[in-house]
Design a binder for this molecule. Sequence first.
Ligand code: HEC
Length: 222
Amino acid sequence: MIARAAAALLAATFAAPSLAAGDAARGAAAFRACLACHALEPDRNLTGPSLGGLWGRKAGTLASYRRYSDALKRSGALWNESTLDAWLRSPQTMAPGNTMQFAGIADERARADLIAYLRAVSEGKDVPRPKAPALPDLKKAPKDSVIASIRRCGDSYFVTNTKGETLPFWEFNLRFKTDTSATGPAPGRPVVVGQGMQGDRAQIVFADPGEISKFVREDCRE
Ligand code: HEC
């Protein structure tokens, strides 16, 4: 009788929620600190790798993410409660020289909640999954944002959109980027993003890096 009561007490003690268990619902809110760089959809990589299916994965091994640092890969960590706790407390202490620009979370409770949340996501539990900020679909860009031609003369670029409007830019104020994702521009139809061609700076996004130099026409006669 006494033994049974003791066993029940012991079971109750172990079943009681401990600090280390964390609260996945609260962790979902804490995940906002990660959203700018991490998505949860499998293989949706942003600045950082997708954290979907993280639990039990070896650090630095998501095949679709090609930007891991040697520091993280060398850590040899297997992602679980204790390794994630060390990483989220201070990424630079755990894997010095890694490239995650994040100071860490000092609050133990907040770390435990976040870890419980990441585990719940990996295990397919029914927890809120904030969507990573959607990038605009550049294939649907308005005519005045689609670039028809770029002429270069000396330190100047003259950018003409498909409405026939041309604006000059100092070369240092024009950025050329690529977006090879599903929402990137159509081949041969680069798009100006941000504030469009307004202002003294602009960013032009191409479907492929090979297009960039082909698109720019050297011409000082016009
Ligand atoms: C400013 C961008 C940024 C923020 C914010 C950020 N991370 Fe990261 N994270 C990265 C990058 C970049 C890497 C890859 C680091 C490397 O290879 O050295 C990474 C790697 C990771 C990894 C290792 C993944 C793997 O596949 O091995 C985990 C786990 C992780 N981050 C969790 C988080 C969590 C949880 C948060 C929020 C508390 C967060 N990160 C916030 C950019 C970020």
